[in-house]
Design a protein around this ligand. Structure first.
Ligand code: AMP
Length: 204
């Protein structure tokens, strides 16, 4: 992919992250740590000069990440379907707002513009976005790293479901390497820095 700038460093192929897509809840959740970590991530992106790509709303954790990046002087691109603008609160001060027609077009744009994905706690929308990026990675529609930001064990049960699906032979164990189950921002970026996209095509 053109967005990926790779260089050799100490024998490890590094993936340079210039822009990063965050999927997360349009609600804040009931545990303060979700918002604390979302804000830390937003500020980290600004500090590292990594552009935030996200859903464009100022609601819930989405707004927390975006505001933290903006407040720290970072670059933020929101991608919003026109019809959603009526029910969601658009974030002010975005660097860019890209309007699209459908949810599918939005996901394609988010995937195209980003070098990696981080999934914070969220509901159905977040779950659907994670599923899409994982299934696209599995069949090489994109080859970018995905991190499940497992704040305060939020994703323990989903991760267990992935392990169960692998044990039931609905997915090769190696597919679990298409994402990291991480409890800290440091762990996520360490995974990104050494990520190599390897898939076992189901009918190869
Ligand atoms: P959910 O996890 O159901 O709260 O959905 C959050 C995800 O779905 C975000 O990553 C967005 O891309 C999308 N989404 C859901 N609700 C909204 C909203 N009100 N405004 C903008 N995007 C939303």
């Amino acid at each position: 992919c053109d967005n990926h700038k790779r260089s050799r460093f100490g024998g490890i192929q590094m993936t340079k992250i210039n822009s990063l897509c965050v999927f997360c809840g349009s609600l804040p959740g009931n545990h303060p740590e979700y918002s604390v970590q979302a804000a830390l991530l937003g500020a980290y992106l600004a500090d590292q000069h990594i552009r935030l790509i996200y859903g464009g709303s100022s609601d819930g954790l989405m707004g927390t990440v975006a505001n933290a990046t903006i407040d720290a002087g970072g670059q933020v691109t929101g991608i919003m379907p026109r019809f959603l603008k009526q029910i969601s609160t658009e974030s002010n001060n975005l660097t860019d707002l890209v309007e699209v027609s459908t949810m599918d077009e939005r996901k394609e744009k988010m995937s195209e513009l980003s070098d990696a994905f981080i999934v914070l706690p969220g509901g159905f929308g977040t779950f659907e976005e994670l599923g899409t990026m994982l299934s696209w990675s599995k069949i090489d529609i994109h080859t970018k790293p995905i991190a499940l930001f497992n704040i305060d064990h939020f994703y323990d049960s989903l991760w267990q479901w992935f392990v169960d699906a692998a044990e039931s032979e609905f997915l090769p164990l190696s597919d679990l390497k298409l994402m990291v189950n991480a409890s800290s921002i440091e762990q996520i970026f360490e995974y990104f820095s050494t990520f190599k996209h390897v898939t076992e095509m189901p009918h190869a």
